[in-house]
Design a protein around this ligand. Structure first.
Ligand SMILES: [Fe+2]
Ligand SMILES: [Fe+2]
Length: 176
């Protein structure tokens, strides 16, 4: 048994009727909402920068006839865009506003946009960006702890895919 105290049904029902304008955010939400929204927006910026970088690499690699790498770049670009959507959706659920302003993206992103000239440079920069994402998402998950299980699960799902991405890039790099 954990030492969590369960709220009785009457109190739960009463509480749910108060502040209905807060939507999914209830009184039992124990996280620092502003901080969580900020972390979500920084991560959204990271994902959007990664979409742009992978798109650039996809089109450039297509030009230099590196078909296998190009396929990976395109798949990752698509998945980073899905990550961005999940983060933006969660920001809105928490009553915040997702920041899609291009002027803020590289400033807020954890990972960098590096154009990359050779295929090897592109793959290396993608691997570095994935490793940055892995580390920052792992930290965010630890920071959230038990305070916001839904946001934590979103980050856990994304983290698992970033680890796959890093692995893909490491494999590609070995062949170059
Ligand atoms: Fe991602
Ligand atoms: Fe990724």
């Amino acid at each position: 048994m954990s030492n969590v105290e369960l709220t009785d049904k009457h109190t739960l029902r009463e509480r749910a009727r108060q502040h209905v304008e807060d939507g999914a955010v209830t009184e039992g939400y124990s996280a620092d909402r502003e901080k969580i929204i900020q972390l979500l927006n920084e991560s959204l910026a990271t994902e959007l920068v990664c979409v742009l970088r992978y798109k650039r690499h996809y089109f450039m690699a297509s030009g230099i006839k590196a078909a296998a790498a190009a396929d990976e770049f395109l798949e990752h670009a698509t998945q980073e865009a899905e990550h961005a959507d999940k983060l933006a959706e969660r920001i809105v659920q928490l009553g915040g506003e997702p920041d899609f302003n291009p002027d803020n993206l590289s400033k807020n992103s954890h990972a960098q946009y590096v154009a990359g000239n050779s295929l090897k440079e592109m793959v290396l920069e993608d691997l570095v960006a994935e490793r940055i994402a892995v580390d920052s998402y792992r930290e965010i998950i630890q920071y959230i702890g038990e305070s916001d299980p839904t946001t934590r699960r979103i980050f856990e799902d994304i983290l698992a895919q970033e680890e796959e991405h890093a692995d893909d890039m490491a494999d590609l790099l070995k062949g170059l």
